[in-house]
Design a protein around this ligand. Sequence first.
Ligand SMILES: [Ca+2]
Ligand SMILES: [Ca+2]
Length: 441
Amino acid sequence: MHVCSLFSFIAHAKACALLLCLCIGGTTAWAIHPEPYDPDPLDFAVEVISYDSGTGVGSDWITGESFTNALNALGRPTVDTTAHGSGVDPDWILPVVPVWPAYRATELVTIGQGGHLILRFGRPVFDHPHNPFGRDFIIFGNALQTTAPTSGLWIEDPASASLIGNVFEEPGIVSVSQDGTNWFTFTNGPFADTFAPTLGRIYDPDDPAEIGDWNEWWSAPTNPTWPLDPALVATNLAGRSLVEVAQIYGHSAGGTSFDLGELDLPIDPATGWKWIRYIKIEPQEGAGITPEIDAVAIVSPASDYQRWHLEQFSWEERLDSAIGGDLGFGTGHGMPNVLAYALGRDRIQEGDPSPPAMNLLHASDEHALRIQFTRRTNDSPVQVVLESTHDLGDAEGWSTNNVIGEITAWPHEPGTETVELKVPLHESSDFDAYRLRGVWR
Ligand SMILES: [Ca+2]
Ligand SMILES: [Ca+2]
């Protein structure tokens, strides 16, 4: 893959020429997605501190076992569940999807009316400033969105199952604590066992997991530490096929995400961040409201580029690689997203002028040219380097080693620096061209 954007061409009377060009070469890497999730038990609850089943807890419709095993709330959320035995063999393993949630007594614990569940996380949960969307932990229940027409046989083909906007949910009130004694409550929500339903596996027909001969679509387990965009609501999914919904989820397992920043929690003196270690879930009062808990997960911080990307693009724009992909061009043209980021800029908007990547200053009294550009100094997926060539006819002639002159750099905005090359002008100088190139790290 080679993307090149020509910005301007400046010829200088003294036989020094500058080709202001921004290129990106080498192999592409999809840096905007979270890495494949490597399960870590400490990302979840590790201990049940207290459980009171309350009243109204049901039982597994296949085995008759009661939904009162609180240990089911520990560890990661359910990836695969089973078919229900009515029309499909109950021995079949089926991935959890938004229209077919975890529903077995070995997967979930129910909190009945008047009951509660208190869990301890495997490590402190921080209001980490790098968490995607500011969300710090995620609760997985067994909320679901039904299909239209309702069939329950989504395994036929996820392209043929279309969701409706309604969510079947049983809201649980969520409180958090640092010591298990003093509690802080998300009084106005979000609530446990509500939108968004869990997605157990990534949709990838090119790499289906070996969970049954029928499976042509569902691949590796999703990442339960990566929240969905909070701007996404159930009605956004109405009328979409299960394929489209899974593509919106991407690598995320869904669930309901929470921001500790909303609560008046004490600050950790070591980090300066709010934090918690315990979580309590109680049903909202109301007949039949008996929330299920599958898991609670700690959100993984995102890279600087991922957070830039989440801030710059809506969830709909991120679905379209021509707009939101690493090599997409926003809603304008002229500069792919990874390069806009690497140069310390915002994404390209429709109608944006294409500002030069390099500025040229001619200091006649110094008999020199000054070439300035800005680039990220943090962990950008591409690094911007300055190259030069003596022969524009030679495509292989570009090199950082050809750059002659004095290079200095100084901090610009946080995470960026301004770089300046001072090029001496000689009466007898050969032709020289300069360009910026983005190199995948
Ligand atoms: Ca937060
Ligand atoms: Ca439920």
